[in-house]
Design a protein around this ligand. Structure first.
Ligand code: FES
Length: 198
């Protein structure tokens, strides 16, 4: 009996000492992980390309809270730029004339075999399409020659049409009467051969 009790007491004492030791020990010294959210946001801001227009949200995050102000500043600059450069960027021309004030001219389409009235605020291409003809075109922006035609009334094409930023015909070709119908607004009566490129 005495032996058994001694063994039990020994085990009990050992367990108690272990519990006390564990209680008093410092453990593994857990500390919270470092907060890298700000660092991540800054890295993301660097990876976002700069734009010259205000963007929603992402620029504001990227600049660490100051972005909202920066975006507002950009917006302000943009507005100013638009006000200053507005007139220069948007060149006015016959295309701006309201329909009820637009003058009309008679254009004879030789190949189509008809003469139609075309308003000064309408392109030769649009007028031909409105007449139901299958007119050639591609870019509709004066940047190819798919819609080209030749004004055969004699003289320079620009005596008869105003081109809205055509970029393909040189002075000689214009002098031979060539025009890009997609950006050509009439300013006089004339005869044209469609589908004729220089
Ligand atoms: S369609 Fe391209 S220049 Fe007219």
């Amino acid at each position: 009996m005495v032996e058994v009790n001694l063994v039990g007491l020994g085990i009990g004492a050992a367990l108690t000492l272990t519990a006390v030791a564990l209680h008093l020990s410092k453990g593994t010294g857990w500390t919270s992980t470092t907060d890298i959210s700000q660092e991540v946001l800054e890295r993301r801001a660097e990876s976002v390309p700069e734009t010259d227009f205000p963007e929603p949200m992402n620029r504001a995050i990227g600049a660490g809270g100051g972005g909202a102000v920066a975006a507002g500043a950009v917006a302000g600059e943009e507005e100013g730029a638009e006000l200053e450069g507005g007139e220069a960027a948007e060149e006015s021309g016959p295309w701006d004339v309201p329909d009820d004030e637009a003058e009309t001219f008679e254009i004879e389409f030789t190949k189509e075999g008809d003469t139609i009235e075309v308003a000064e605020n309408e392109t030769v291409l649009e007028a031909g399409e409105d007449a139901g003809w299958d007119m050639p075109y591609a870019c509709r922006q004066g940047q190819c020659v798919s819609c080209a035609g030749q004004i055969t009334s004699g003289g320079n094409a620009e005596d008869y049409v105003v081109h809205d930023d055509q970029q393909m015909l040189d002075d000689n070709e214009l002098g031979d009467g060539y025009t890009l119908t997609c950006v050509a607004y009439p300013k006089d009566d004339f005869t044209i051969e469609t589908g004729e490129a220089p």
